[in-house]
Design a protein around this ligand. Structure first.
Ligand SMILES: Cc1cc2nc3c(=O)[nH]c(=O)nc-3n(C[C@H](O)[C@H](O)[C@H](O)COP(=O)(O)OP(=O)(O)OC[C@H]3O[C@@H](n4cnc5c(N)ncnc54)[C@H](O)[C@@H]3O)c2cc1C
Ligand code: FES
Length: 275
């Protein structure tokens, strides 16, 4: 969404306020902002931090999206996957973790896209009223729900539909039923909502603008489904090492050339991403 990382990023440590398993292998980690050391800027929806438990057996922090940022807390949703996330999921109240960030660009609201003249708008679009003039859909798949749900909570009430897809038990949907015009949930095992994947309920042609984050297979499908329809902005979860734009380990191919997912993204125009 922007060529360079325009946001200040710094290093600090923070204390865990609570860490609870909210679905099998998925934890909601709440940190207490008052315990932050270092000049960490407030994140905006779509940005992430490199997180590392203290002490840790892994060398590098792991990229984790901000779920919500309140005046007194920063909250993350973490799926236990390998060593780095297992350490984060094992943290208890009072433990500490290192964080570097906030990193990356962000999701821009419809009004902000209009103001910036970014797709689906042209350079001369008036921003006023944009939030309600468009048919907007947000799509979150699996742990990719975190940045999209956090973003949804900052949009005007009833200005969007939300689609959430999971393998099994849903999570990360707090506040969305009240805020979204419609909330659609799918699970692959049929344990909640409609049985199936996002494609079972999400019709791209019914929308003008889509925001999404989720597994690569979902984003590949969404990109092609939106090519002749709505504008889609997607957040990519590329493998990362430095998270600082230096190692090029997170490089992706786009129609505008190679881009570093960490500092040029993680949010990109779907039609520009070459999967
Ligand atoms: C911008 C961004 C935001 C993310 N937000 C979240 C989130 O909110 N919650 C969450 O649970 N997960 C999120 N992820 C995925 C998360 O970073 C990986 O699951 C995690 O790095 C895996 O580390 P590990 O040590 O547990 O697993 P391992 O597989 O042991 O990791 C080994 C190495 O590969 C990297 N790696 C492995 N899988 C991924 C992946 N999918 N994405 C990036 N790097 C990977 C690790 O950083 C590490 O360097 C996000 C990834 C990105 C890029
Ligand atoms: S992770 Fe090193 S450049 Fe992006």
């Amino acid at each position: 969404m922007c060529a360079h990382d325009p946001y200040p990023r710094s290093y600090g440590t923070v204390r865990v306020r609570e860490n609870a398993e909210i679905a099998p292998s998925v934890y909601r980690l709440v940190t207490a902002k008052e315990s932050l050391t270092g000049p960490i800027a407030d994140p905006v929806p779509g940005q992430f931090f490199m997180l590392r438990a203290r002490p840790s057996g892994v060398l590098l922090g792991r990229p984790i999206s901000v779920y919500t940022s309140q005046s007194d807390s920063l909250t993350f949703l973490i799926l236990k996957k390998g060593a780095g996330t297992a350490e984060l999921c094992a943290l208890r109240a009072g433990d500490s973790l290192d964080l570097v960030g906030p990193i990356g660009n962000r999701f821009l609201s419809p009004a902000e896209l209009a103001r910036e003249g970014l797709p689906p708008f042209g350079p001369d679009t008036p921003a006023e009223g944009t939030d309600h003039a468009l048919r907007v859909a947000l799509v979150g798949g699996g742990i990719g729900i975190a940045p999209v749900a956090g973003f949804a909570l900052t949009l005007p009430e009833k200005s969007f539909d939300f689609f959430a897809s999971f393998r099994s038990t849903p999570y990360g949907l707090d506040g969305l039923a009240e805020r979204a015009r419609q909330l659609h949930v799918t699970t692959e095992d049929g344990s909640a909502g409609v049985k199936g994947m996002a494609s079972a309920v999400f019709q791209p042609s019914a929308y003008d603008l889509v925001y999404a984050c989720g597994p690569t297979a979902m984003l590949v499908w969404l990109r092609s489904a939106c090519l002749n329809g709505p504008t889609a902005w997607i957040s990519l979860e590329q493998r990362m090492a430095c998270g600082a734009g230096a190692c090029l380990g997170c490089t992706i191919r786009t129609t505008a050339g190679n881009r570093r997912c960490c500092v040029d993204g993680p949010v990109f125009l779907a039609s520009e991403v070459l999967f």
